[in-house]
Design a protein around this ligand. Structure first.
Ligand SMILES: [Zn+2]
Length: 346
């Protein structure tokens, strides 16, 4: 698509150009120094975050990743990291370290796909106000604003929230859902895209999120589908196993159970497979079995994670909109990214 146009097409040209050219939305995020996150910032997870089961017999190790094994609860099936960051580690990491040019460009692509998905999944004529929790650099709220929706955002990363406010003029509060002071019983829709996998207590988080929607409003959750055929095929090599930040690894069933335990009912589950995942899953290098400790190494990942580039961004961006947002998005539950649309129980 030509520069200056978006799939949504309704935005003023001046703002369109900021989205089309990320280098002009703010100075590029330069590689950050190695974060101060260390193995000492992690604590044992304790009970299953979904059903509360305790004790070693309740869990089986799925992947014995370096420092942070990933385990499955034998009672409810939730796959989750066996160790998580302490509160102090979490604050240090997400507020001050998280964010990079890689993340910014990835979020731009995701915003386009999420927008296409929202239009497919929700009756958008009923959505005039929208809360985006974990809105990152603010690209999805900006797209929503361009079609006349009033968005607000919450973002824990100081740098990303500031970008959303300063460069995209989005009303974003820095903090967490618990301390951001967002209005309750008010939004037509409240969403979290690629957030719930980061949250130590996902049931409590969804309960809190649901407090912000009006009666009859919508809660939308977007996250990876770790039960999808592609993830099963790629095993420990699947690139979204990032057990220090992705601490819950849902499938359609465990996500549905999480939503139910939060007091909501699931209206629909959608999924799609990013083209890049489809390509990767066919490459021999990603199909060869590998020991989990070699597939994901803590210190190597921590050193490199904020300094990665995003090659072929524009090509990947255009293909994502067509492939992810239009071709593969459906209800078969097999895509490697999924969305749940939920509403309050009546
Ligand atoms: Zn469990």
């Amino acid at each position: 698509m030509a520069a200056g146009k978006t799939a949504q097409g309704a935005a003023p040209a001046a703002i369109q150009s900021t989205l089309s050219k990320p280098s002009k939305t703010a100075p590029n995020d330069s590689p950050k120094p190695v974060p101060v996150l260390s193995t000492g910032d992690f604590i044992d997870r304790g009970p299953c975050p979904l059903c509360g089961s305790v004790g070693d017999a309740s869990f089986e190790t799925v992947y014995d990743f370096d420092v942070i094994p990933v385990r499955r609860c034998r009672d409810c099936g939730l796959v989750h990291s066996a160790r998580i960051m302490s509160d102090a580690g979490t604050a240090k990491y997400y507020q001050d370290v998280f964010g990079s040019e890689f993340h910014k460009r990835g979020q731009m692509i995701n915003a386009d796909v999420n927008m296409l998905a929202l239009k497919k999944m929700l009756p958008m004529r009923e959505v005039a106000t929208f809360l985006d929790v974990g809105c990152g650099y603010g690209f999805l709220p900006w797209l929503l604003k361009s079609i006349g929706v009033k968005p607000m955002g919450v973002e824990i990363s100081r740098g990303e929230a500031q970008h959303a406010r300063d460069y995209l003029t989005i009303d974003v509060r820095t903090g967490t859902l618990e301390n951001a002071g967002m209005p309750t019983n008010w939004f037509d829709a409240a969403a979290c895209f690629e957030v719930i996998e980061h949250i130590p207590n996902p049931v409590q988080f969804l309960k809190k999120l649901a407090e912000h929607i009006r009666p009859g409003g919508y809660v939308i959750i977007g996250t990876d589908n770790f039960e999808s055929p592609i993830v099963q095929r790629m095993g420990a090599r699947y690139p979204k196993w990032i057990p220090h930040t992705h601490v819950n690894h849902f499938g359609p069933e465990t996500l549905t159970e999480t939503i139910k335990r939060a007091g909501l009912k699931v209206e629909s589950i959608w999924s799609y497979t990013p083209l890049e995942n489809s390509i990767r899953s066919c490459l021999p290098k990603y199909r060869k079995p590998i020991a989990a400790k070699l597939a994901w190494n803590f210190s190597k990942h921590i050193k490199e994670e904020m300094g990665r580039g995003y090659p072929l961004f524009w090509l990947r961006s255009e293909l994502a909109k067509i492939w992810s947002g239009k071709i593969t998005l459906g209800k078969n539950g097999k895509g490697s990214m999924m969305f749940a649309v939920a509403r309050p129980r009546t």
